[in-house]
Design a protein around this ligand. Structure first.
Ligand SMILES: *[C@@H]1O[C@H](CO)[C@@H](O)[C@H](O)[C@H]1NC(C)=O
Ligand SMILES: *[C@@H]1O[C@H](CO)[C@@H](O)[C@H](O)[C@H]1NC(C)=O
Ligand SMILES: *[C@@H]1O[C@H](CO)[C@@H](O)[C@H](O)[C@H]1NC(C)=O
Ligand SMILES: *[C@@H]1O[C@H](CO)[C@@H](O)[C@H](O)[C@H]1NC(C)=O
Ligand SMILES: *[C@@H]1O[C@H](CO)[C@@H](O)[C@H](O)[C@H]1NC(C)=O
Length: 218
């Protein structure tokens, strides 16, 4: 269904990195090349069965929906990635679980705020939330290494736009943050230091996912 091809997109972003000796950058590139295979999928359009939400049901609030991912790429899984080569590698560092849960709760409540304050049409609220959940489901599959199509990390440029969500008075901003769906992934940072082990982790994360899933149904 998808024209899949293995390409390693390397972007040397900051001038700091550019000023590093070539040998350094080559080492970094080799390191990345030796990382698990990057198979990036082209945007597919071979099937007509995919739903377009542009003006879906004549809902004007949905006009332009497909320009931000959308048709054939509802959950963003077709986006390509460009890996940022960092001068100092970002490492994971364990912090207290409650601190992590607090941060994620903040993002969840912000998502609810955006959906309830900035969308008045309830069908649109439903579709936009489904797209949000779909993107996180893709990430869930990624951290369980169910696919080999993506590196596991985040787009640092998009993540840094957190401050653009609200105005200085705390109200939600109505400004254009200056990017579109296909830009997400173009500045991907892949933190290292996690304890993934190719031989033992697949069954362990599968069991973890099953346990988490059953916890939701009690
Ligand atoms: C996908 O296909 C539709 C027609 O089936 C066409 O209108 C549209 O431009 C195509 N999109 C891309 C990205 O090729
Ligand atoms: C998809 O739609 C295009 C025109 O929109 C048509 O030419 C093509 O045959 C369709 N493909 C399938 C598999 O239905
Ligand atoms: C959308 O609006 C057009 C023009 O008013 C109308 O012809 C069409 O039937 C509407 N479609 C739906 C799904 O309501
Ligand atoms: C994301 O959407 C694609 C279709 O565009 C689908 O094949 C894939 O299974 C979805 N991924 C997840 C994790 O739901
Ligand atoms: C992965 O786990 C196996 C089995 O416990 C162990 O032998 C191997 O050293 C581990 N690999 C790494 C890279 O930690």
């Amino acid at each position: 269904m998808f024209a899949a091809f293995a390409i390693l997109f390397l972007t040397l972003l900051s001038s700091e990195v550019m000023s590093k000796p070539l040998s350094y950058r080559r080492d970094q590139a080799i390191k990345l090349r030796n990382a698990p295979n990057l198979v990036l999928q082209a945007r597919a359009n071979s099937s007509n069965s995919s739903v377009s939400f542009d003006n879906w049901n004549n809902i004007s609030a949905l006009q332009g929906f497909d320009e931000f991912n959308g048709q054939n790429n509802f959950n963003g899984s077709q986006n390509s990635q460009t890996i940022v080569i960092q001068e100092t590698e970002t490492q994971c560092q364990t912090v207290q679980i409650e601190i992590v849960q607090q941060k994620l709760a903040i993002l969840q409540e912000l998502a609810k705020r955006i959906i309830t304050e900035q969308i008045c049409d309830v069908q649109t609220q439903t579709i936009v939330l489904a797209q949000h959940n779909g993107a996180l489901q893709v990430f869930s599959d990624d951290i369980q290494r169910k696919t080999t199509t993506r590196q596991i990390g985040y787009d640092q440029t998009i993540a840094a736009k957190l401050t653009q969500i609200t105005n200085t008075d705390g109200s939600l901003s109505t400004d254009d943050a200056g990017f579109t769906g296909s830009d997400v992934g173009q500045n991907t940072v892949v933190p290292s230091g996690n304890n993934w082990n190719d031989s033992t982790s697949p069954s362990l994360v599968e069991a973890a996912a099953a346990a988490a899933s059953s916890a939701s149904y009690q």
